[in-house]
Design a binder for this molecule. Structure first.
Ligand code: PEP
Length: 220
C-alpha cells in the first residue's frame, strides 16, 4: 500500500511526527530538504523536464535528485486547472523525471462535467496516452470533483476507474479525493486500489497517521 500526503501550498506538519509511518510526503519546495533530513520518503509536487534553463519558478529533476528527493507528483488537477498544465507537459515532466532516476506519481481524473457527460473513460484514456509503463511510475486516480470537496468517490466508483486505468497502463493506481480516516478502509479495501493520495487530511498528523495505519492493516 502506498500512502502519500500532498501538503499543497500549506506549511504542513512537523516531519518528525511522521517518522516510521512508511508514507510518502509531498511538501512545498521550501521544506523538501527538511523532510529528507527527517528520513521521510519525500516527493516534490511538480518537476520540469529540462535540467536547467530560463524557466522562472520551475525546478529540475537533477536539482531534486541533488536534494535526495525520491520522486515527484506530475499532472495534479490543481496544476492542470490553475497553471495551464496539459497532457503534453505532463508527459514531458514524467518522462524527464523518470529518465533522471526519480520516481513519479502521475495524476489523472475527470471533472464532474466529464463524468456526467459519460466521458470519464475517454478522458482517462487521453490523459494516460502520454505515459508509458515504468517500474518507477505510479498512477493516482483523482476525480477532480472529489478533491478538497468532501465528496469522495464511492468504493465501487473508485474500483471501476482503477480497473479501467490498469487495463490501459500496467501500474499501481492509488486513489485521491477527500480521503479521511473514516472512508479510508472502504476505499483501500478495493482490489485495484493500491493506496491513497491524501491532501487535506495529510495536514493533520492524527488523521494522516490513522490513514497510514488503516493502509498497513489492509495490505502491507
Ligand atoms: C490532493 O491534493 O491530491 C487531494 C486528493 O486532496 P484532498 O484529499 O484534500 O481531496
Amino acid at each position: 500500500m502506498i500512502v502519500v500526503g500532498n501538503w499543497k501550498m500549506f506549511r504542513g506538519p512537523d516531519p518528525a511526527a511522521l517518522a516510521g509511518l512508511g508514507a510518502i510526503v509531498c511538501p512545498p519546495y521550501v521544506r523538501l530538504a527538511e523532510c529528507v533530513d527527517a528520513g521521510l520518503v519525500t516527493y516534490a509536487q511538480n518537476v520540469h523536464w529540462e535540467n536547467e534553463g530560463a524557466y522562472t519558478g520551475e525546478i529540475s529533476p537533477v536539482m531534486l535528485r541533488d536534494l535526495a528527493v525520491t520522486g515527484s507528483l506530475v499532472g495534479h488537477s490543481e496544476r492542470r486547472r490553475y497553471f495551464g498544465e496539459t497532457d503534453e507537459t505532463v508527459g514531458l515532466r514524467a518522462r524527464a523525471a523518470l529518465a533522471a532516476g526519480l520516481r513519479v506519481i502521475a495524476c489523472v481524473g475527470e471533472t464532474i462535467e466529464e463524468r456526467r457527460g459519460g466521458r470519464t473513460e475517454h478522458v482517462l484514456r487521453r490523459q494516460l496516452s502520454v505515459l508509458e509503463p515504468n517500474d518507477d511510475l505510479v498512477l493516482a486516480y483523482e476525480p477532480v470533483w472529489a478533491i478538497g470537496t468532501g465528496h469522495t468517490a464511492t468504493p465501487e466508483t473508485a474500483q471501476a476507474a482503477h480497473a479501467f486505468i490498469k487495463s490501459i497502463l500496467d501500474a499501481p493506481v492509488i486513489y485521491g479525493g477527500s480521503v479521511n480516516p473514516d472512508n479510508a478502509e472502504s476505499l483501500l479495501s478495493q482490489p485495484d486500489v493500491d493506496g491513497a493520495l491524501v491532501g487535506g487530511a495529510s495536514l493533520d498528523v492524527d488523521s494522516f497517521t490513522a490513514i497510514c495505519r488503516t493502509a498497513a492493516r489492509i495490505r502491507s
